[in-house]
Design a protein around this ligand. Structure first.
Ligand code: GLA
Length: 733
């Protein structure tokens, strides 16, 4: 087990692994009997400074605490902090793995066999994951074995060198002589010696996604999860443990984000000693995976971020990681097109003429692209039909997509198109031809939702059909962008092609099928910009970001509602990933009236666009739109690449800042929801160069960086009223 130090970031000495990543350290120890005990995760510890007793269980011989073999007489799995706890052999807390072998029992007992340290980061076959060059990260793979079943489990840890990020995933291989059924297999476990934390997570619903909630941990279990076959609107696949004293910019935060778009689970448990366990990965509910001898299974990846600058520091770390090591393709590093989408402008009632009217009004204002939303295919005039029939609706577009695209390009605009590939309408030629292509359980009715069923994406023939249809549409015209929607969740999750003992695999096989199709499409159309969507932000997760660098944040386009939604989304996801549109006033979801100015400023908090019938606006409004487009274009690079700070997030006021990486330009935005008469409004900025001077070209004012950060920018004089907003650009002198 003694292995020489192979890389700086990961060492193995005296049976202790020490992973150092940016400012964080993770330490674990192989015990005498081969268990992998967790020692420490948190602020970086200098190499060699670790003098903790080799492994001290809190109460190894307490009542009702079974001991492990004699080599580890002080160790009780029921109380020890562990790296990857197993079910059924003495740890009674929620376990990371449970697997049924040929004797029908589900116990697992994993012991250390060997390990490898590699430079860089190997991909996870078939799954989205963060990536890193050899010089950017180091990977530790620890091989564990359950001798009873022959199950090999490899715990994979990648430590990024320049940021406090450690990723975790798990590989299971059956080296036994009989099938093993994985009943649960989490990507990661993080044990903490105390419960002095609050749990932060992002809950929501349709049109109200990713609301920040912070609650104390209590004894017993808590679960943030989805069983929807999608990450869902209701809980994001993310949780953080925040030190009691931690806040937006101070104190410790431990963030866990799952790179996956299907059913997930993040469980926390505080045991009787007050220790905390957090498990993150695939949802065990309804899951099962048969590993025949020789077969292998890979879990999705959990990204762990350590921050000692509060939730904000954690967010900025996730932003940088996801911008530079998750999002791929040419659009990663490009400003995104400013688009106009026709959904809220026309809903299903449009034709070529109407779209061109909108485009003709939008093009002179500088808008880059028209996105044709739902309703261009089959005989779709409402949401009751045609999903799956990806052929042009001749009634609406008699001259076809090529003609529309030519007309748009002649106006200097790009073209985008909406698809909902994973769905099938019962009223569709596709369903009539292939009723077995829908997810279903023979003998049970399929539950419709929005009058549609879900295609069985685990099937290769379904994937091939979709690839052929989508490719053929994308080849039939110049189409630069696809909005990939998903408007219901999975029910009756069964596949006609799999045997009974593999039906519990369908949910995960669905995701593998979806990811494979997305990969195939992006390989065939490498320049394509994909925008993810699911009834707004119902599948806003790192898994989808691997394929689509931006996602429609919410079907709620009211800027006041969006303040909270965008602030919540920014806890994990970079601003450039949040599609944000200026829509009509009164707003279609809330009826609220907001100025075009406020709508613009809030939408500039993400990847900017419009979603209203621009052809019916007054000349004055069009002039304002032209100004907004110009303004956004001038700061798009900063919004995409800059450091993002949530400055104020209260029911009355929201303020946020983006500072260019070199601190040369700072954008400060503020929106007042509820004016308090005769109250001062001071916004303290972050991340500036304290000793530099900053100039506001609009007002001519000059401020020192230190003053802006410590005394703050006093916005009281602007007299902002209810739902007024302002964006101030400060330039370093
Ligand atoms: C979903 C999307 C909307 C729109 C409609 C079309 O709800 O979130 O933006 O595309 O579908 O049916």
């Amino acid at each position: 087990m003694l292995e020489k130090q192979l890389s700086q970031a990961i060492t193995f000495k005296d049976n202790i692994f020490h992973l150092r990543s940016g400012g964080s350290s993770l330490l674990m120890q192989v015990t005498k009997s081969g268990y992998l005990a967790h020692l420490y995760y948190g602020h970086i510890l200098p190499e060699g400074s670790y003098r903790m007793e080799a492994f001290t269980p809190p109460i190894g011989s307490a009542s009702f605490a079974p001991n492990t073999p004699k080599e580890d007489e002080l160790l009780s799995l029921s109380t020890a902090l562990l790296e990857y706890p197993t079910y059924g052999t003495g740890d009674f807390r929620p376990s990371a793995i449970e697997a049924t072998g040929k004797d029908g029992t589900a116990a697992v007992d994993l012991r250390y066999r060997s390990h490898k340290i590699l430079s860089g980061k190997p991909p996870i076959p078939g799954l989205p994951a963060t990536y890193a060059a050899e010089s950017e990260a180091d990977t530790l793979e620890i091989l564990m074995e359950d001798a009873h079943t022959g199950l090999l489990v490899t715990l994979c840890y990648t430590a990024f060198r320049d940021c406090p990020v450690i990723t975790r995933s798990v590989r299971a291989e059956n080296q036994g002589d009989a099938p093993v059924v994985l009943e649960r297999i989490y990507s990661c476990c993080a044990d903490f010696p105390t419960s002095d934390y609050d749990l932060v997570h992002l809950w929501g619903s349709w049109a109200m996604e990713r609301t920040i909630e912070r609650t104390p941990l209590g004894h017993g279990g808590r679960r943030i999860s989805s069983t929807r076959g999608s990450s869902g609107h209701f809980h994001n696949p993310f949780a953080a443990l925040l030190g009691k004293e931690a806040g937006e910019e101070t104190g410790e935060a431990f963030g866990f984000s799952l790179v996956y778009s299907g059913s997930f689970s993040i469980e926390t448990e505080v045991d009787f000693l007050g220790q905390t366990r957090l498990l993150c990965g695939l949802n065990p509910d309804g899951f099962g995976w048969t590993l025949a001898p020789g077969e292998r299974f890979d879990t999705p990846e959990t990204v762990m971020v350590y921050s000692d600058t509060g939730l904000g520091g954690m967010s900025r770390c996730f932003h940088k990681l996801y911008m530079n090591h998750l999002i791929r393709g040419p659009w990663r590093d490009r400003d995104r097109p400013i688009l106009i989408n026709n959904w809220e402008a026309t809903y299903f009632e449009f034709d070529e003429q109407k779209l061109l009217d909108i485009a003709r009004a939008a093009a002179p204002l500088g808008i880059d692209m028209l996105v044709m939303d739902d309703g261009w295919f089959g005989h779709r005039n409402d949401d009751h039909s045609s999903l799956g029939d990806w052929y042009v609706h001749k009634g609406k577009l008699p001259r076809g997509l090529g003609e529309l695209s030519d007309q748009l390009h002649a106006l200097g605009m790009k073209m985008g198109i909406w698809f909902e590939p994973e769905m099938i309408s019962p009223d569709s030629d596709l369903y009539r031809a292939h009723p077995d292509w829908a997810l279903q359980i023979p003998g049970r009715e399929i539950s419709p939702a929005r009058w549609q069923y879900v295609l069985d994406m685990s099937r290769k023939d379904v994937q091939d059909y979709l690839f052929e249809r989508l490719s053929s549409i994308l080849n039939s015209a110049k189409i630069e962008y696809v909005k990939w929607d998903f408007n219901r969740n999975l029910t009756e999750v069964g596949s006609a092609l799999l045997p009974p003992e593999r039906q519990k695999e369908v949910g995960h096989r669905y995701m593998l099928g979806l990811y494979s199709l997305l990969e195939r499409l992006l390989t065939a159309f490498p320049e394509l910009l994909l925008e993810g969507c699911s009834g707004g932000g119902g599948r806003f997760d790192p898994g989808m970001l691997y394929y689509s660098p931006q996602i429609w944040t919410s079907d709620d386009t009211d800027p006041i509602e969006r303040l909270m939604i965008q602030a919540g989304t920014s806890v994990v996801y970079p601003p450039s990933t949040m599609s944000a549109h200026v829509s009509a006033s009164p707003n279609h979801q809330t009826g609220r009236v907001n100025s075009l100015h406020t709508r613009g400023i809030v939408a500039m908090g993400g990847s900017f666009g419009y979603e209203l019938d621009i052809s019916t606006l007054s000349d004055e409004e069009k002039e304002e739109i032209a100004r907004q487009v110009k303004e956004y274009r001038a700061c798009a690079g900063i919004i995409r690449n800059g450091d993002y700070y949530r400055l104020i997030s209260t029911p009355d006021v929201y303020a946020w800042e983006t500072a260019a990486a070199d601190r040369s330009t700072v954008l400060v935005s503020c929106c007042v929801i509820h004016t308090r008469v005769q109250q001062t409004l001071i916004v303290k900025l972050r991340g500036l160069d304290e000793n530099a001077w900053y100039h506001d070209p609009e007002s001519g004012n000059i401020y020192s960086g230190g003053m802006l950060m410590h005394a703050g920018l006093n916005l009281s004089a602007l007299g902002l009223r209810d739902r007024d907003a302002v964006m101030i650009r400060l330039e370093k002198i």
